[in-house]
Design a protein around this ligand. Structure first.
Ligand code: SAM
Length: 229
């Protein structure tokens, strides 16, 4: 059976699920709410699964990886607190959806402030999938997808105002702390391979403030400063 959802249906489903997350208290920041209502999640999901785009759960994107559940993107983006004009580094591009949500906030909402998103993916086929999704939706102007080990960061463009890691780490990779600007914030799931907790780090002049958030389950961050394969 072919299941056909029109553009209109996707928009109303998107509005519905985001309003629901607002009612639950997950979403408060108007910039984040607007971005989640604007970016078409269905365009970042493999075609045969698109009808599930607004079911609030992770979905497979191939190569054993997933696009995170909508509430997880909502919570992480709220915790990251990105501002227009920020330079952002994401580790774990996956489908490119989280990068597009960040680009909507830091760049597209106020292009004059020249915000930008750098995102690193270790699986080259997924990086290519994300590039296609970002280009189809017009976010490629504000996002650069890099293939590599994101636990090493991306020193070429450091320091970053915001760093978000969307895979589960055993600990905070040292290069990412070094590449975060003073006054910058990082959000990263830290724990074992099966269960993590979101960690929010605020880098100050002479110290780093740490705050633990909710429990979560991410695919492992694999790399030199992450899990070994
Ligand atoms: N943010 C993604 C999205 O919006 O679709 C979802 C990310 S998925 C949960 C985690 C991704 O992190 C996977 O695509 C995985 O290949 C990637 N990954 C794991 N370790 C990595 C590393 N060291 N460097 C870059 N990417 C990594």
């Amino acid at each position: 059976m072919v299941c056909y959802l029109s553009k209109y249906n996707y928009i109303s489903e998107r509005e519905y699920v985001i309003d629901y997350l607002v009612r639950l208290g997950y979403l408060k920041n108007p910039l984040v709410i607007k971005a989640l209502k604007t970016v078409p999640r269905e365009e970042f999901i493999p075609e045969h699964l698109r009808r599930y785009a607004y079911v609030d759960q992770p979905l497979p994107i191939g190569y054993g990886q997933t696009i995170s559940a909508i509430h997880m993107v909502a919570i992480m983006t709220e915790e990251l607190d990105p501002k227009p004009g920020n330079k952002v580094l994401e580790i774990g591009t996956g489908s490119g959806y989280q990068a597009a949500v960040l680009a909507e906030i830091v760049a597209k909402s106020d292009p004059e402030k020249k915000g930008f998103v750098y995102t690193i993916e270790r699986i080259s086929e997924l990086a290519e999938f994300a590039r296609r999704n970002l280009s189809r939706t017009g976010y490629d102007k504000y996002v650069k997808v890099i293939v590599g080990d994101g636990t090493l960061g991306y020193p070429d463009e450091a320091p970053y105002d915001r760093i978000i890691v969307t895979a589960g780490a055993p600990d905070v990779p040292k290069p990412l702390i070094e590449q975060l600007s003073i006054g910058g914030r990082m959000v990263i799931p830290v724990g074992d391979k099966f269960l993590q907790r979101l960690l929010v780090l605020d880098k100050k002049e002479s110290k780093i403030d740490k705050r633990w958030g909710i429990e979560c389950v991410f695919v492992p961050l694999v790399g030199e400063y992450g899990w070994k394969e």
